[in-house]
Design a protein around this ligand. Sequence first.
Ligand code: HEM
Length: 511
Amino acid sequence: MDYEIVGLVLALLLWAAAWAVLAERRRRLQEELGRLPPGPQPWPVVGNLFQLVGAASAPHQSFAKLAKKHGPVMTLHLGSMTTVVISSSAAARVMFKNQDVVLAGRKIYESMKSEIGNDGSLITAQYGPRWRTLRRLCIAEFFSAAPLDAMRGVRAKCVDQMVQYMRDAAATGLGIDVGKFFFLMAFNLIGNLIFSKDLLDPESERGSKFFYHAGKATEFAGKPNVADFLPMLKWVDPQGIRRRTQFHVKRGFDIAGEFLKERMKEMEKGSFVEKKRRDYLDVLLEYQGDGVEEHTAFSSTTINIIVFEMFTAGTDTTTSTLEWAMAELLHNPHTLHKVQAELRTVIRPGKILEEDNLEHLPYLKAVIKETLRLHPPLPFLVPHMAMDSCKLLGFHIPQETQILVNVWAIGRDPKTWKDPLEFRPERFLDPDTADYKGHHFEFIPFGSGRRICPAVPLASRLLPLTLGSVLHAFDWVLADGLKPAEMDMRERMGITLRKALPVKAIPVPCV
Ligand code: HEM
């Protein structure tokens, strides 16, 4: 009996010792890892979702408010999705300078998951060899100086066509939805760069169908989806967002696939030689691997995905920026007059704006920058993901954490920007002020580091060319007798940050 008691006591002591050792080990490990960045207290299962009810329409604003309380590196538990929000230029600098590679993964949302996979998508590719291949190819063939110079005429044609459509609409004397015209221009441009086709030609039924499905796919993909935060719901797809997004993606792919087949036939027959400019579809079809990381040609599915992605990445971002620029100019008529005066001084009477003029139009370029500061089309960039656990400013960031960089909040930070809420393009006139190439962390609307938008060189030509052309060709008056001060400047979050109410204005031809 005594032996049994001694045995029991010994066993208990051993168990207590083992427990103490394990607890100490866990404590040390936790200490070693550090703690997660601070944030609001989460609830079981739903995390901070309830605290964010109402934030769906403007999460960048809600997160900016929370960051004031919890700090520029803040943890939010969006259901099961651990999310770290970066809200200051100093924290963004440390992220991109010290942890760029490990935080260069992508968080993939449910709406983006398709049955045919995402092979070919640059935006959703995890950082690695496939991503490198796709990115190298699109930079070399689409966004570097030589192809951009070669495509100058295509840009001029698409902008000109848009001005012509506006001129036709101006004949009615009624207000037009300017964003729609910008969207059509951006879509038509990308169609021309990829397929050498005017997809919006009224004759092209397939073009307008493609336009419709690409627009719908981005609309649904931009909706907040509860299945992203509560994975047990992902099979149910309760709001039907994945189903509807993928329906339109599939229709878009079918149409892109038809263009592809036609081009392949033309190439086989050799009947395509008369076409002078090599377009992106040629590049993708000719590709046979890079001999380093890729050794085969692209499948037609991969090409479809690459093509579709260029439309979705390029149209909404461009439209959002141009529409906000017009909104801010109409809301601040003195800036509108100033930029028009600059255009009319530089461009000779009877001439249209050309890309060569842009270097003499600093105020126009400052208007674009000021618009991107206040209204970055992707206020959180494209969500990044930690590919491995790491340390950021002393905090522990677990693997698979979603990283959102609130560039909207950074662009309005009063510690960096004087009168941050005022639209004052003058602040960008000094050549020493920030540019958007990813080195000035107080102004990173295109991102920074490895995942920075590859289209910066295209956007920096296209945005001032388009805006300058419509400001040079027309005087602008707000529709329905609205006064500048009465304009509703609220935002609406979709796949990009758009103006909640479209800008309606009357173009009055002046050249
Ligand atoms: C106003 C114009 C634009 C803005 C503000 C913009 C902004 C951005 C941002 C913030 C990112 C994500 C950066 C990150 O994840 O850190 C991005 C990625 C990307 N953008 Fe743009 N963009 C614009 C125009 C375009 C255009 C015109 C195209 C193509 C025709 C394009 C193609 C892409 C692609 C393919 C990516 C993915 C890059 C990657 O994941 O490695 N963008 N863009």
